[in-house]
Design a protein around this ligand. Structure first.
Ligand SMILES: O=C[C@H](O)COP(=O)(O)O
Length: 243
């Protein structure tokens, strides 16, 4: 719940202007504004189709008596080309489950959108040493049974719950090694990408991108201001070139 329409339009317009004529080799920028801003931002991004526009959620049914929900065809109609699914806040506050994330992944793919599946364990699971088993269960539960072609349109974002938001702290390389090795073994080269998210900022992005299996970053607060996002794109492109 960040950004008014005016703020979202200004952000998108600034982004388009900043990327004009720029080589984005090695990058796939994406932005995921609130539902209300999808169409205004999509209108701005017509001038820069290399930026993937996403919705923060969508229902698994195409239409029907689900008051307050928004469907995949509706977010696609509004301009989204990607749907974020299963963010930890959705799982915690809105009863999102492995089953519903799986239904939503299928709905996104059915309509030709990319699915961005968020997975991540709470602190108590990490403390018990069960991080990898927990996130693999979330991923396998939602993605099991997809064809290779479908999986190729899925992005996985590993966002440990304890690492996200103002009360989170960034995961260390040592903490990420095991989970990303497991994700790479199962989804590397098969999914569209495996990302890390959780307190990413301009000071740690480069190091995070050196961790084996980390193919990109999913950033909240540090990208809310356009200058911050542009700096992160520079860092990511530098890392892609070095790789
Ligand atoms: O939605 C974004 C992710 O949850 C990460 O948020 P953050 O970068 O502010 O920790």
């Amino acid at each position: 719940m960040t950004k008014t329409l005016a703020e979202a339009r200004a952000y998108a317009a600034g982004l388009v202007a900043a990327l004009d004529g720029r080589d984005l080799a090695g990058l796939q920028p994406f932005i995921i504004p609130p539902f209300t801003a999808l169409t205004p931002v999509a209108d701005v991004l017509v001038a820069e189709p290399r930026i993937l526009l996403g919705a923060q959620n969508a229902h698994w049914e195409d239409a029907g008596a689900w008051t307050g929900e928004v469907s995949v065809p509706q977010v696609a109609d509004a301009g989204a080309r990607l749907v974020e699914i299963g963010h930890s806040e959705r799982r915690e506050h809105f009863a999102e489950t492995i089953e519903t994330t799986g239904l939503k992944v299928r709905a996104a793919l059915r309509h030709g959108l990319h699915a961005l599946l968020c997975i991540g364990e709470p602190a108590e699971v990490k403390d018990a040493g069960d991080s990898t088993a927990y996130i693999l269960a979330q991923a396998r539960g939602a993605l099991g049974g997809l064809t290779a072609g479908e999986l190729a349109n899925v992005v996985i974002a590993y966002e440990p719950v304890w690492a996200i938001g103002e009360h989170g702290r960034p995961a260390t390389a040592a903490e990420l090694a095991g989970p990303f090795a497991a994700l790479a073994a199962e989804y590397g080269g098969r999914a569209a990408g495996v990302l890390y998210g959780g307190s990413v900022h301009q000071g740690n992005a480069a190091e995070l991108l050196t961790i084996a299996g980390v193919e990109g970053l999913f950033v909240g607060r540090a990208a809310w201001q356009l200058e911050g996002y542009l700096e992160l794109l520079e860092i990511a492109q530098g890392a892609a070139i070095r790789a």
